[in-house]
Design a binder for this molecule. Sequence first.
Ligand SMILES: [Zn+2]
Length: 361
Amino acid sequence: MKIFLYFIITVISLQAQSFRLNRPVKDNVETNGSYLFGEPRYQDPQNAHRGIDILIRWDTVKSASAGMVHFVGYNPNDTIGGYEPNGAGNYVVIKSQWQSRWIFIYYMHLQKPLVNVNDLVLTGQPIAISGNTGRSTGAHLHFEIRLDYPQSTSRRTKNPELWCAITGMGAIYGRVPNAPNSTRVDIFPDPKPRPPYTTFSYALTYNFNDPYIGSDETYNENYAIGDVKPGTYTIRSLNGAYLRTVSVGAGQVVNADGSVSVPFDLEIPSDFSLEQNYPNPFNSTTVISFKLQEYGYVQLKVYDLLGREVATILDEEKPAGEFHQFFDANDLSSGIYIYQISVTTSSGKNFIQSKKMTLIK
Ligand SMILES: [Zn+2]
């Protein structure tokens, strides 16, 4: 049995969404408008900047949400490189919930964390002193949001400008149809509170060459402009082929594309299941499908008939849903094998199931 949930969400500009998290820094500091979420990375333009940079300097970083400290990377002996000299430097990860899904919030380039793994934190609680550690060209906080699990593949890294803002500011998003990556989207008049941090204002459509960054599942945007003063704005791209007028109020997240209906079909499996592989028998590769009713830790392994493990196909956390896993048996000889899935959910349920498959070379 399957449970089908069917939603029609109607988003109109008068019924704007609100922000989901608190601002992680003191309230008068803007996001760096010259290095946006989704912009091609400085050192690696095929990939994108996966968070936003907030220009605080050795200042208090506050938790944007209530949650638990999931990870702390801190090297007090390397005051320049920190824990990850070629990346995040010293950093803290907070695990929180949003609409019954996990979110993992990354606070990077820190001088010093103020919390330990497994600490419970409250919204607004100081969790670190910001810094300039790791791959960082000036003191700032890199703030990043990953939905469902910390290994953020499958476009689960979302634009924080649509999750939090300076008090009294709003945000605008939209989708420029058929826009190449990094298409410029201008906004008039200048929407930013100033000075001193942002020298110009425009958005760029996201660089979707990067497989980690994605549109918000509710907003489906390909650009966003955060920290916008309340007012009415004109948004223009592709030499005026895309032209919108939009009003935004304090605390609102507004769709520049106006009244749109976003139907989507969300299928949540009613239980766990492991399907017969296909094709079967197979001569080198096959696909194993399974369903998860809940977010869980999944192991999918292959054994020979003597019970010896011959391959690990999966060993990671997965959200609820249906999955199709490719298995390459080129290293194995002909014979019958057993594949087994083992799931442990965050609510403590366990599920184990096995099936046979036949390899004929
Ligand atoms: Zn950054």
